[in-house]
Design a protein around this ligand. Structure first.
Ligand code: SAM
Length: 256
């Protein structure tokens, strides 16, 4: 276990209860440990990491490889391009964190699409383990044997799971108490109420001939709320018909 990115003087994992007093912990299994904490070490997430409000543990998968070349991959059975991460090596890496609490997730373009609802669930866990694939991916047998959840961050292909792991951790961190200070706008944000967020404006009140919408200068909070709600609904309807359909369905079901 490479703990270089972890905050100093951290207590060991507690096996009991959600967090059990311990901070939320992300464990990352990767062949590129130097990619962490990366952007997670900057700004509010980085400060929160230093303060011990969350923890990051990074394991170099090569540390559990058995041969002198520390090899982790091999050619695919059945032919085809690229290499595959070996099941025995990935299994040994997962074994090092098997008593740690929280789900084990393989970042994968074949996985279920990550959404804010899953992010909320992950924030409620004591932590998680993220397996980062490389090359053409991971041997299916170790994913099946260890019942690993597969999670995709979008319908496109990355060169490795590390960027996806950073995305998942970042999204969770925004929901952890104390991490974002009062910068997190909670229930107002995109997806939190099933809608995309309304547009934002700041000073100057007029810029390049473009004035800020009048209502935002009115100081009338109820009207501002109504305007923002209408903007959020219009944007969602135009940009994300899938979200809009779900929002309308949920609203109908909530009707008495
Ligand atoms: N052959 C794989 C496929 O077609 O699904 C793509 C492998 S990709 C080059 C290497 C690694 O990047 C994957 O094993 C996975 O860990 C990660 N990855 C790629 N796209 C991803 C996505 N959309 N979401 C999460 N992880 C992704």
């Amino acid at each position: 276990m490479c703990a270089a990115a972890a905050a100093p003087d951290q207590p060991p994992d507690s096996p009991d209860g959600p967090r059990g007093g311990d901070p939320w912990t992300a464990r990352v299994l990767t062949i590129f440990p130097e990619m962490f904490p990366g952007p997670l070490g900057a700004s509010l997430a980085g400060r929160a990491l230093e303060k011990g409000l969350w923890r990051l543990q990074v394991l170099d998968i090569r540390d559990v490889a058995r041969d002198k070349h520390r090899s982790v991959d091999d050619a695919p059975f059945g032919g085809g391009p690229g290499m595959i991460l070996r099941p025995d090596v990935v299994d040994a890496a997962l074994a090092t964190v098997e008593t740690a609490p929280g789900p084990v997730i393989y970042l994968s373009a074949r996985g279920r699409l990550l959404d804010q609802a899953r992010v909320r669930e992950l924030a409620a866990e004591p932590g998680l383990t993220l397996l980062c694939g490389r090359y053409e991916g991971v041997d299916q047998r170790v994913l099946d044997a260890r019942r690993v959840e597969e999670l995709s961050i979008g319908d496109y292909v990355l060169s490795g799971g590390e960027a996806a792991a950073i995305v998942v951790i970042d999204a969770v961190l925004r929901l952890l108490p104390g991490v974002m200070g009062n910068q997190a706008s909670g229930g107002e944000e995109s997806f939190e109420r099933g809608l995309l967020e309304y547009p934002h404006y700041t000073r100057p009140a007029e810029w390049q001939g473009r004035p800020v919408p009048e209502v935002l200068l009115s100081g009338h909070h109820a009207e501002i709320d109504r305007w923002r709600r209408a903007q959020a609904e219009t944007t969602t309807k135009q940009r994300r018909p899938d979200l809009w359909a779900r929002y309308c369905k949920d609203a109908k079901e909530e009707e008495p």
